[in-house]
Design a protein around this ligand. Structure first.
Ligand SMILES: [Fe+2]
Ligand SMILES: [Fe+2]
Length: 238
């Protein structure tokens, strides 16, 4: 669970993201990097037997980190180091999918998920926080209280929030900072274009963006101004 210090900024990690630099932070270099390497290989090697799902997931995480870093620095006014910190922390946002309580088959269903399966899948946000808690549990206090751990866990827990309060945690729009609003958009965009066995046609970027703006599933989900900036940013890049 998020600790007491973390709950202060729960939902808004914007200022925290600029308070250190993952590139040359001695606490992270010594205590976090070895843990992160282990967690990353856990993701990459997850469920190879299920359509190479670990590889699909790791590519999604790398893409959303790279796009997010560029988007927040060029469009949302964040510094270069905040961008680097975001890139690194976001690589673990779907870690919870590797939790042992899952049957990996749930991530590549041949049909649309049932209500029950959907509910089960939603728990990956909280399970990511738990796996990270377990991974750092024997670490010194200076890592446990480091803002980077808080950012990793906030991204894990909040990357499926919605402005209308219908997200996985049901957080109010006013509680969501720009970084959380941005990752919710970037994650939905990338996820919408991933091939699913029950969806024979892959969506094009343009139709994924249009669906995020006007589709029934996403109506009211995203901050309208940040979404429009993301759409313009994507279209300009193509
Ligand atoms: Fe997710
Ligand atoms: Fe994701």
């Amino acid at each position: 669970m998020l600790n007491a210090a973390q709950t202060d900024t729960f939902g808004n990690i914007d200022a925290l993201l600029d308070s250190y630099d993952v590139q040359d932070d001695p606490v992270l270099a010594t205590h976090w990097k070895p843990i992160e390497t282990n967690l990353w290989s856990r993701i990459e090697n997850y469920a190879e037997e299920i359509n190479n799902y670990g590889s699909v997931m790791s590519q999604h995480l790398i893409r959303t980190s790279a796009v997010g870093m560029q988007f927040i620095t060029t469009e949302l006014g964040f510094s270069e180091r905040a961008g680097r910190n975001f890139y690194d922390a976001n690589l673990l946002h779907d870690l919870g999918k590797t939790h042992p309580s899952y049957d990996p088959a749930i991530w590549q269903l041949p049909h649309r998920p049932t209500q029950e399966e959907r509910q089960e899948k939603r728990e990956h946000t909280q399970l990511g926080v738990e796996l990270t808690d377990m991974a750092v549990s024997k670490s010194p206090e200076e890592l446990l209280t480091h803002p980077h751990i808080q950012i990793v866990q906030s991204l894990q827990r909040l990357h499926h929030e919605r402005m209308d309060g219908e997200g996985y945690e049901g957080l109010e729009a006013s509680k969501l900072g720009k970084i959380i609003q941005a990752i919710c958009i970037i994650d939905a965009f990338d996820g919408d274009m991933i091939h699913r066995p029950h969806q024979p046609e892959r969506r094009s970027p343009a139709s994924a963006l249009e669906r995020m703006k006007t589709g029934k599933k996403y109506g009211g989900a995203f901050h309208p101004e940040i979404l429009q900036r993301f759409i313009d940013f994507q279209l300009a890049a193509r």
